[in-house]
Structure formats: C-alpha cells, structure tokens
Design a protein around this ligand. Structure first.
Ligand code: AVI
Length: 324
C-alpha cells in the first residue's frame, strides 16, 4: 500500500482537551464527540461488537455485499476509482473489490484517520490481484478531495460509505455531509451508502446494551482515554453505560450515567466538572432510517437512487446512488 499522511502542526492532545472541555461545559446535556470512542482499544472493542449475537448490523452489511457485489458493480462503467470513507479493517470491501477485479485493474483508496485501521485494511486486501491500494490518513472530506484530484481521465469515482456510519452524524449534519460529498463528485459518479433501518425498539436496545458488556466497555473507554491522554481522573466504576431510544430523532443514544454526585478534574483541559447523581454524558447517537427517509436524504443531497438492496434477517439497506 502507498500511504499518504497529512502534515499537520496541530497537537492532537490539545484538540482532544479543547473538545472535552467544550462538551463537558455545555449547558444542559453534557456531551463528548463520538469520534473519541475510536482509539486503539475502542476500535478493537468495536470489532468485537461486530461479532456479538445482539449486533446484527455488520453481518447484514457483509451479507448484502457478499450476495450482491456482482450486481452492484454491473451498474458501474469501467474504469472505476474506489474511495472508501472509514474503511475499518476492510473485510466487507473485499466482496466489491473482488467483483471489480474480474473486470479490470482498479485503484482502491481507503480514507481513515486511524493509522492502525489503514494498516489492517492493507493487510486484509493486499492479496487481491488487480487492485492497487493507496491509503489516505485523513478526515473523510479532505481525503476524498485528494482522491478526486488523482482521478485519471475517463475514470468513474465510486465512493463507499458503509456500516451505517452516516447514522452517527447528527441531523441535519448527515445531509450536509452528503452534500459536501456530492460537491466533490462529478455527474455520473456513484455513492454506495450502507444504512441501518428502523426495527423493533427492544431489538435495537439489545444491540447497544449487549449481555457480555462489550458495548459498555466501548462506551466507558472514552473516559479511560481522557484519563490516559489528557490527564483526567474519572473513576470508571462511578459511571454506568446506558442505551436509550429517542423516538423523536429515531436514534439509539449512548450515555454514561454518573452513579453519584462527584467532581472530576481534567488537567490538560484546565477543568474541574461536577456531576450530580444520575446526570449523563451523551457519547453517541446512532440513527435508524426508514426507506422513504433514505430516498429523501439522497435526493436532498443531490443524488438519485439507482438500486437498493435490503437484508431480510436484519433490516439494513445498501443503496447505490448516482450524482445528478
Ligand atoms: C460505527 N457505528 C455505525 C456503530 C453504530 O452502530 O452506530 C458504532 C457503535 N456504537 C455502539 N455500538 C456500535
């Protein structure tokens, strides 16, 4: 894999401390940005979550790609330049790349902020014969802009945004993000969007509050990370993991509930914050879509729906969109 890394003079711990400060001082509901769930420990815990019996999302995404990749790539005109936003380990992308491999030499560009994920992805997909990998260690849109700059004449760009990561954006940030993606594309380029669909509330709650407690550990790890990286003194057993369904936004929310009145200091954020008993920190939202809502979202962002595949076992949609 060729790797393109960003040159930056911003100290990541400084940025982390500033965002923690802002989120914990927010009037009303305290918050932490969900991107901080994914350090090395968090990413490894997420891999375990993906294998849990209660969390069918990743398996549904994989099943759809395994069963439909040939049909998905049949909608594309050769040659294709593939850019994936948040490739993770790259396991499910294999099906699409193998389907493309039968047709032509293809360039695949995973875009990830995590160096570890890019390395895992290159190891996972490096053996596919006609695929060359160029990894971009970047934020999604910065990376996509750079990939688009490397487009060769006549190449169609296919953007992959799988695993329902779009559901972790607040609304209307999701449509704003898709519009920004659309602006980088040319008419006729494609976006394959994976989204988790609405299902019965108990099933959704179990998926985010599994019986082994892996999701609880994933959630609490953000406090451990604050302790490790920016000098916090959170006592982890003084917080409980909580998953709740918000019917207004149709999202599962993850919170960390303070089990007592307590003060927590975070040295690098220059902050001491008081928690009352029962007060929560909101750490993540995971939006669940309906099919009509998905189509509206795509249209509002400047895309047209080419085809949609839905998993029967675990309602989840793979939607192929083209830039108008
Ligand atoms: C990455 N993302 C799509 C996952 C989700 O389902 O929202 C993150 C996750 N959070 C808790 N479990 C999984």
């Amino acid at each position: 894999m060729i790797l393109r890394q960003a040159v930056t003079d911003v100290d990541p711990a400084f940025e982390f401390a500033a965002e923690v400060r802002e989120g914990l001082l927010r009037p009303g509901q305290k918050e932490l940005p969900s991107k901080y769930l994914y350090d090395e420990v968090g990413s490894a815990l997420f891999e375990v979550i993906s294998a849990l019996p209660e969390y069918g999302l990743t398996r549904a995404d994989q099943r759809l790609l395994r069963e439909n990749s040939a049909e998905i790539v049949s909608h594309l005109t050769s040659p294709v330049l593939v850019a994936e936003l948040g490739s993770g380990s790259g396991k499910k992308t294999r099906y699409l790349l193998e389907a493309l491999d039968c047709r032509q030499q293809t360039r695949y560009c995973p875009i990830e902020i995590s160096h570890t994920a890019l390395t895992m992805c290159a190891r996972e997909l490096g053996d596919i014969e006609h695929i060359s990998i160029v990894g971009f260690e970047r934020e999604y849109l910065d990376g996509l802009l750079e990939v688009a700059d490397h487009r060769r004449p006549g190449e169609q760009l296919l953007v992959l945004f799988l695993g329902s990561t779009i559901g972790n954006f607040d609304r209307p940030a999701d449509v704003k993000f898709l519009r920004a993606v659309r602006r980088i594309l040319q008419p006729g380029d494609a976006l394959l969007l994976g989204t988790d669909l609405i299902k019965p509330t108990p099933q959704m709650l179990d998926a985010y509050d599994d019986s082994l407690g892996v999701t609880a550990a994933f959630n609490l790890n953000v406090l451990a990370r604050i302790n490790r990286e920016v000098g916090g003194n959170f006592v982890l057993p003084h917080f409980d993991h909580e998953a709740r369904f918000n019917p207004e936004t149709r999202s599962i929310e993850m919170h960390l509930r303070s089990t007592r009145r307590q003060n927590v200091s975070i040295a690098r954020a220059g902050l001491t914050v008081t928690f009352s008993e029962g007060e929560t920190i909101w750490t993540e939202s995971s939006h669940k879509y309906s099919r009509p809502e998905l189509l509206q979202l795509a249209m509002a962002a400047g895309f047209r729906c080419k085809q949609q595949w839905v998993d029967e076992e675990w309602p989840f949609a793979e939607t192929l969109l083209t830039a108008e």
